[in-house]
Design a protein around this ligand. Structure first.
Ligand SMILES: Cc1cc2nc3c(=O)[nH]c(=O)nc-3n(C[C@H](O)[C@H](O)[C@H](O)COP(=O)(O)OP(=O)(O)OC[C@H]3O[C@@H](n4cnc5c(N)ncnc54)[C@H](O)[C@@H]3O)c2cc1C
Length: 493
């Protein structure tokens, strides 16, 4: 490819979801002169919130912390629909002039770093053929799961099923479920969201779970927050509410880790109050793991429990023997009839949007690297990635990383450094995402590990992270090479 066909940017951001748009906003703010583009494989802004279209799709964290700190959430509900989150991300990008920097329909496949030039060469695929970019810094805001496929276990007999099989990641727009018998396989956030929404029109919806999950009932709207939002300027109210919600969720998380028995009791109490049936709660909503070993599922205003109470939905805790023509045969011998089976079996996790990387011609196995501040890879220069919290709103952590990246870039610019590479003495082998959930366990070998000490340890604690990232010495455990030491100074300038 001729050099003139290669577009060069100071920073390339991959992904135009919640994180990528937030990253561009912070970059524009902190480094107004920097050239940047967002490469986005899809034709729309929003990532997760544009892809997932199943009935009832919504956040399961409050919007005061899922929204950006710099753009107040003005929506009515504190737990909000996928549509309104998508609109919020899109409007943020439009208002800040970020949208014109997005190259839609551009899927990044491979990136190679050259230490001679201190440049990444990024190869992407578009409808018009391959495209190549070069960049001084690569920032992966590509989420944490595969966009091409969800997780779909092999169930024996699936080909015998005469009805419709659906995975929530690819919801058919024209799927009619009114008056139909539906079985949803799974007990995670997606199942708990889908079921009350589908139960409004379906003949009946059964949730089939192998084992129970913890559910917590939360109000969908917050009247006290609404009053505050009427009284105070939007940014002040948003900041106060953000602090209030982050404090509450972090305190609850800490309580769950330190006093699990107490939290089990609280969660059981909420379920019993909503369902009004203790034995049903004991049978179907009493997990064997500790609260927050896996993500807690939110039930806004108790809608899921209400659907069960009204007889529109029910739960079967059992295992699949095989799929039949008419539905699902369970190990217990019972057969669940279904016109539609929704396989809410989860995501297929994937680091860096599936991109392959090499440094000076040597392929990097991401699973062999250690994460530096949970945002860079040991031995990989000039590359950051954005991963949010698993125990709180994604954005809380994503925004800390989005602010840290320009801090590092400014430091490099001001001190004349061309290359920044985190170097680790191997300090541990903890998985990056510390949850026992199947979807995390299945893919933990693909993700970088975390170490035992700062800055290699990933804490699920917003307050401690905010303090550490703010005060961080960007040179700690970082090999920095000045521009003047590069072999090919011309290209790197
Ligand atoms: C159904 C569902 C519900 C969720 N609910 C919540 C919630 O309530 N609260 C919460 O905190 N978190 C939630 N999450 C986690 C959620 O993913 C985050 O909230 C957040 O949206 C992540 O934003 P992101 O921009 O980092 O990643 P994504 O939203 O995944 O966006 C990544 C973007 O990168 C693009 N991309 C990926 N690979 C490439 C590539 N190779 N080349 C070019 N572009 C690429 C994608 O097309 C996408 O647009 C939920 C996740 C799911 C799946």
């Amino acid at each position: 490819m001729a050099a003139k066909d290669i577009e060069h940017l100071d920073v390339l951001i991959v992904g135009a979801g919640l994180s990528g748009v937030g990253a561009a906003w912070r970059l524009q703010q902190e480094m107004p002169g920097a050239t940047y583009a967002l490469l986005e494989r899809r034709e729309a802004i929003g990532g997760t919130w544009d892809l997932f279209r199943y009935p009832g799709v919504r956040s399961d964290s409050d919007m005061f912390t899922l929204a950006y700190p710099f753009r107040p959430w003005k929506g009515e509900k504190s737990i909000s629909s996928g549509d309104s989150i998508r609109n919020y991300i899109r409007d943020t990008a439009d208002e800040a002039g970020i949208t014109r920097h997005i190259r839609f329909g551009t899927k990044v496949l491979r990136s190679s770093f050259s230490s001679e030039t201190a440049l990444w060469t990024v190869e992407a695929e578009t409808a018009d053929g391959p495209r190549t970019y070069t960049a001084n810094f690569l920032y992966m805001c590509s989420g944490y799961y595969a966009y091409d496929h969800g997780y779909q276990p092999e169930f024996p007999g699936r080909e015998d099923f005469a009805g419709t099989w659906v995975h929530p990641q690819f919801w058919p727009e024209d799927l009619v479920y009114a008056g139909k018998k539906v079985v949803v396989i799974g007990s995670g956030a997606t199942a708990v969201t889908l079921i009350p929404a589908m139960a409004q029109d379906a003949e009946h919806v059964t949730m089939l779970q192998r084992s129970p999950s913890y559910l917590t009932v939360l109000p969908e709207s917050d009247p006290a927050a609404d009053r505050l939002r009427k009284l105070l300027p939007p940014t002040v109210a948003h900041t106060l509410l953000r602090m209030q919600y982050v404090t509450l969720t972090q305190a609850f998380y800490q309580l769950a880790r330190r006093r699990p028995e107490r939290v089990k009791k609280i969660l059981r109490g909420l379920a019993v109050r909503a369902l009004k049936d203790e034995s049903y709660v004991d049978e179907h909503f009493t997990p064997t793991y500790e609260p927050w070993d896996q993500r807690l599922c939110v039930v806004p205003d108790g809608d899921f429990f209400r659907a069960i109470r009204d007889g529109r939905a029910s739960v079967a805790t059992d295992q699949i023997e095989r799929i039949t023509e008419k539905g699902i045969l369970l190990r217990s011998g019972e057969e669940l009839e279904a016109d539609i089976i929704v396989s809410a079996t989860g995501l297929s996790l994937q680091p860096l949007g599936g991109m392959q990387i090499d440094v000076d011609g040597t392929q990097v196995d991401i699973g062999d690297t250690v994460a530096y501040r949970g945002m860079m890879l040991s031995g990989v220069p000039n590359l950051a990635f954005c991963i949010g919290y698993v125990n709180a709103s994604w954005t809380l952590r994503a925004d800390l990383v989005n602010r840290y990246v320009p801090k590092l870039l400014k430091h490099m610019r001001d001190k004349g450094f061309a290359i920044a590479t985190p170097f680790a003495e191997r300090t541990g082998d903890r998985p990056l995402l510390d949850l026992t959930s199947g979807y995390v366990q299945r893919s933990k070998h693909l993700f970088p590990k975390q170490g035992e000490r700062d800055p290699w340890r990933l804490r699920q604690n917003f307050f401690s992270d905010a303090l550490r990232m703010n005060r961080a010495d960007v040179e700690k455990d970082m090999a920095l090479i000045p521009k003047s030491a590069l072999k090919n100074k011309e290209l790197a300038s």
